[in-house]
Design a protein around this ligand. Structure first.
Ligand SMILES: Cc1ncc(COP(=O)(O)O)c(C=O)c1O
Length: 394
């Protein structure tokens, strides 16, 4: 063969021998070939499982999907390019063959609110917000609006409200709606919503699951009834996660329970220290016995792990003062995102909930003096010392 042909083919398409790699390799091929057209035909026709084209399915993402399915007690999952694309596909799958109406928690991540109001509503989906911590209010809204889907976060962003998943699943079922739960903040270490009756769970794996601040990704894990719809939609729309990101996510996830345990313990210590500090007006943390959802929290998080996000308000602080306080931090990283090994602080008004109108933020209880802390795995004394010195200096 001529050199131009050799350059294209030599060394490629080797069948693996008997050796099995001990961890999942990064498989970058976009297309897969078989000895016989007959085989490829059966795979395209989905009569037998197999890879054909990486928008449909690919080996590294499939390994990650198996892992997330096992951790969340699902029937199957779909690895997506971001948490937002996972939520988008989950909502589309939930609404297929159902009424185009969503009952959404009134406390949600800002971009999720934007997905509802700027993407789905203009396409004819009716969106109604409700306090998912109040079952009577949800039941009333379900009777009134007849939703095709109920959407909530296990622990809401950023005020850490906790709705009763099993009760909400029962309402959804009675209403013929699907319950979609964003479990990013809690992770399957704290709670597995599918075991409590939810239909689809979405994650931003960018956060605790991958955990190292170096990969953007999402996953939607579903029950049997919704998996094929989700996969069919994904084959068309193509919001899939690339192989390198799937690999990084899997690599991170091996230590996620260890990291999460440490982060939860650190967060408890930071939250109680903040609660006793005279410069702090209010601390939001699910372990607080005075938390408005304390009864649900006790039932839903029986292991005594409450997540690793602590939100708090600086006493009487203006936006400029919050900026000065955050500028004074030396260890805690001023950045959006959460769930990484390093501790991070974010100003919701400026970032996660920036797109919402001031009125909408006010309704959600997100005030100008609120900051959100994602507690990392560092020595907790160092985290507290950094916040303490910044509180003295702003
Ligand atoms: C609760 C929650 N859900 C979803 C997302 C979106 O995830 P991603 O940024 O990976 O698209 C975020 C991002 O911050 C989040 O906090």
């Amino acid at each position: 063969m001529k050199i131009h042909t050799t350059a294209v083919h030599a060394g490629d398409r080797k069948k693996p021998g008997p050796a099995v790699p001990t961890t999942t390799p990064i498989s970058t091929a976009t297309a897969f070939t078989y000895d016989k057209m007959e085989e490829l035909d059966r795979i395209f026709g989905r009569e037998v499982p197999g890879y054909s084209y990486s928008r449909y399915d690919s080996p590294t993402s499939a390994a990650l999907e198996e892992l997330t399915t096992a951790l969340e007690s699902g029937y199957g999952s779909l690895a997506c390019a971001s948490g937002m694309s996972a939520l988008h596909i989950a909502l589309l799958a939930a609404l297929t063959d159902r009424r185009k109406s969503i009952l959404a928690a009134d406390a949600l991540y800002g971009a999720t609110v934007s997905l509802l109001m700027k993407v789905l509503e203009p396409m004819g989906v009716a969106v109604h917000f409700v306090d998912v911590c109040n079952l009577a209010a949800v039941e009333k809204a379900a009777t009134e609006h007849k939703p095709g889907c109920i959407l909530m976060e296990t622990v809401s962003n950023p005020l850490l409200r906790v709705g009763p998943i099993a009760g909400l699943a029962a309402i959804a079922k009675a209403a013929g709606a699907a319950l979609v739960v964003d479990n990013t903040f809690a992770t399957p270490l704290l709670v597995r919503p599918l075991e409590l009756g939810a239909n689809i769970v979405a994650h931003s794996v960018t956060k605790y699951l991958a955990g190292h601040g170096d990969v953007l990704g999402g996953v939607a894990i579903s029950d049997e009834a919704h998996l094929e719809t989700m996969r069919s939609l994904s084959r068309i729309i193509g919001p899939v996660l690339g192989p390198f990101e799937s690999y990084l996510t899997m690599r991170g996830m091996k230590t996620f329970p260890l990291r999460m345990e440490r982060q939860c313990a650190n967060a408890c210590r930071v939250a109680s220290w903040l609660a006793s500090h005279p410069g702090i007006e209010r601390v939001y943390f699910p372990a607080d016995p005075a938390h408005p959802d304390a009864a649900t929290i006790q039932q839903q998080f029986p292991q005594g792990l409450y997540g690793a996000i602590v939100s708090f308000e600086l006493k009487g602080a203006t936006r400029d003062e919050v900026f000065r306080f955050m500028d004074a931090l030396k260890l805690v990283v001023r950045a959006t995102s959460l769930g990484d090994v390093h501790t991070m602080m974010l100003y919701p008004v400026m970032s996660s909930h920036r797109e919402l109108s001031p009125k909408h933020r006010e309704r959600m209880g997100i005030r100008e003096n609120l900051v959100r802390l994602s507690v990392g795995i560092e020595a907790v004394e160092d985290i507290i010392a950094d916040i303490e010195q910044a509180l003295k200096r702003y």
